[in-house]
Design a binder for this molecule. Structure first.
Ligand code: PXP
Length: 237
């Protein structure tokens, strides 16, 4: 089974644009779960322009499925995550000014740093996932770092899907094979949508979770949140 984790950063962005608490991301998270989502994801960045660090604590109180917190493991992020203890932390090497995550980790170059932070999270019984490109060397490097899972950065898949989906998926099939052989769990995310999700699901064996934000929120504007979540869930069958 592949779980759908809804990334609610875009909802937090709308909330922040007016200063009050509308839309209420806690209500949205609860409603996403009620509509069938099997997880909630947020990605607090140092400037807190979408999700805020306080949201991590608030969501931890109310999320009943699985809370996944993504971000760059800077000192503040590490202390918030270790205190809030979400179900999963996804480590992303995004710069503070990045518009959105734009690369996977170099798990060879940053091995000693990653090893250290991964073990700190695991001591708190938080499952760790490391954001990587679909590159067998980076997958093997992630294993060396001691992570429980990897999350494939699927931007290149999404970008190339409409040109040639067989070419778009092939590095992910190869990298997933390596991950399965060495016993790493596989998540995936970035730029997934109703058009490209099912093909990824069909071709990546052992895909445990996808986290989807931007396209899902855009679709919900036209289709409604409940209907949209149901449609995404159908793509994962
Ligand atoms: N995974 C990671 C690590 C991300 O940073 C993001 C975007 O915040 C996503 C998944 C979801 O990407 P999208 O918003 O394009 O669905």
């Amino acid at each position: 089974m592949t779980k759908l984790s809804v990334n609610i950063n875009k909802i937090a962005l709308i909330r922040n644009s007016r200063g009050a608490n509308q839309p209420d991301i806690l209500k949205i998270a609860t409603d996403c779960e009620r509509f069938g989502a099997q997880g909630i994801t947020i990605h607090p960045r140092p400037d807190e322009r979408h999700a805020r660090y306080q949201d991590v604590f608030d969501l931890k109180r109310i999320v009943k499925t699985e809370l996944n917190v993504e971000g760059n493991p800077l000192p503040k992020f590490i202390s918030v995550v270790c205190e809030a203890k979400p179900d999963q932390v996804t480590l992303v090497p995004d710069g503070p000014d990045a518009l959105t995550s734009n690369a996977g980790w170099d798990t060879v170059k940053h091995q000693s740093f990653l090893k250290e932070v991964i073990s700190e999270f695991q001591k708190q019984k938080i499952r760790v996932s490391v954001f990587v490109d679909a590159d067998p060397k980076m997958v093997e490097g992630a294993k060396e770092c001691g992570t429980d899972r990897i999350e494939f950065y699927t931007e290149s898949y999404a970008k190339n899907y409409s040109k040639d989906k067989i070419i778009a998926i092939s590095p992910f099939i190869r990298a997933a094979k390596v991950a399965n052989e060495i016993g790493l769990g596989i998540n995936a995310g970035h730029d997934l949508n109703l058009e490209n999700l099912h093909y990824l699901y069909q071709n990546i064996s052992g895909l445990l979770e996808v986290s989807i934000g931007h396209a899902l929120v855009c679709d919900a504007l036209y289709l409604g949140l409940e209907n949209t979540i149901q449609m995404y869930l159908r793509e994962l069958q």
